[in-house]
Ligand binder design. Structure first.
Ligand code: Y39
Ligand code: FE
Ligand code: FE
Ligand code: FE
Length: 231
């Protein structure tokens, strides 16, 4: 704990180096929230029985986006949205394609498991090293993200046997993209005080727990969650 406090005090939130890295990480988070907003609206069309709940989740994502835009403004940082759009393009395209094919299991794996776990890991690691303004916002946001992850878990658990094969294929297609995204952001994250190892560890814990809650065995989880990690 002492160590965390000291580390926080060392960060100069107004240095050019910090603000340069923040222009990309902040953009990733803003663009991620924007895409999550649209993804839950799309999911509401695909799952009419859960429409009201999914629209509620989409509205939360839109609120998160506004919160993180305020974090950038607070540090006088202009988010590099073009960089962020490219950062998300792999998962974005795979979500769009799956949605067009009516593959709701793949859409849920991409948004409600992979992206939510990525968000939870990133926000958990960010909170202790954030500026006071951003910490307050991120603490509220991360609570919501757990509820989004929970939506995916509950739906996929209820439909586990029918979803298993598609989940395996979607995991194989999309998890390697997450490891590539982590590599692309590792240097900037480090400047913000976030270690890549800690991000990987937290993601693995969230994702492994999610797969377990859905019904996968420990053996399956080991195989699924490390897929593409070493490449
Ligand atoms: O469900 C959500 O709100 C997720 C869209 C938001 C994505 C956040 C992505 C965070 C990755 C940041 C990487 C920083 C190291
Ligand atoms: Fe939009
Ligand atoms: Fe969000
Ligand atoms: Fe979310």
């Amino acid at each position: 704990m002492q160590q965390l406090v000291e580390q926080t005090q060392e960060i100069d939130f107004q240095s050019e180096k910090y603000k340069d890295a923040y222009s990309r990480i902040n953009a990733i988070v803003i663009e991620g929230e924007e895409e999550a907003y649209h993804n839950y609206i799309r999911l509401a069309e695909l799952l009419p029985n859960s429409k009201d709940e999914l629209i509620k989740l989409s509205k939360m994502e839109n609120k998160h986006k506004k919160g993180f835009e305020a974090c950038g403004r607070n540090l006088s940082v202009t988010p590099d949205i073009q960089f962020a759009k490219k950062f998300f393009s792999g998962l974005h395209e795979n979500f769009q394609k799956a949605a067009a094919e009516g593959k709701v299991v793949t859409c849920l794996l991409i948004q409600s498991l992979i992206i939510e776990c990525f968000a939870i890991a990133a926000y958990n690691i960010y909170i202790p090293v954030a500026d006071d303004f951003a910490r307050n916002i991120t603490e509220c946001v991360v609570k919501d993200e757990y509820s989004h992850l929970n939506f995916g878990e509950v739906w996929l658990e209820a439909n586990f046997e029918d979803s298993k094969a598609e989940l395996e294929a979607a995991n194989r297609q999309n998890l390697p993209i997450v490891w590539q995204m982590l590599n692309k952001v590792a240097d900037d994250a480090k400047i913000l005080g976030m270690e890549k190892d800690a991000l990987v560890e937290d993601f693995m814990i969230q994702y492994g727990e999610a797969l377990s809650n859905i019904g996968f065995t420990t053996r399956d989880i080991m195989r699924l969650s490390a897929y593409g990690l070493a490449t």
